[in-house]
Each structure stands twice: as structure tokens, then as C-alpha cells.
Design a protein around this ligand. Sequence first.
Ligand SMILES: [Zn+2]
Ligand SMILES: [Zn+2]
Length: 82
Amino acid sequence: MGYYADIEIEKEINKYTKNFKQKTKFKCDVCGKILGNNKSLAQHKHDKHGDVSTQCPYCKCMPFGSINDLNRHIESKHNIKG
Ligand SMILES: [Zn+2]
Ligand SMILES: [Zn+2]
């Protein structure tokens, strides 16, 4: 019976480690800040570091607020139609 109990304890430990890993999964790769979920992480990255997905690929200037702003910039500054 002792063997059986050990397995149950191991299950509990695995459950705990899994939860712990899930909690610390959303880590900002720029500043190392831990966020609660993927949405918070994305929001944090956008607010604190700028969203690199809206960075101009031609002049690498500061990220824009949205893809539309970026496209407008590319059209007007680089004369490239998206
Ligand atoms: Zn960060
Ligand atoms: Zn540009």
C-alpha cells in the first residue's frame, strides 16, 4: 500500500510542477517580467517595448500603433503600395 501512496504523492507533485510551469510560462523575453497570461504578455510588450510586428521593415523606425498606421507610413515614406 505504501507504494501506491508514493505514486499518488508523485502525481500531486507533477500537478503542482505543471501548474508552476504554466504560471511562469509568460515571461517577457525583453525585460524578464512574468505576466499572468499570454494576453497580458502581449499587452506588456506592446506598452513597454513596442510591438515589433508593426515595426517598419524599411527604416526600422519606432513601431506603429497598428498595421494600418504602418501601411500608411510605408506608402507615404517609401512609396510602396501594400
Ligand atoms: Zn518586458
Ligand atoms: Zn519606414
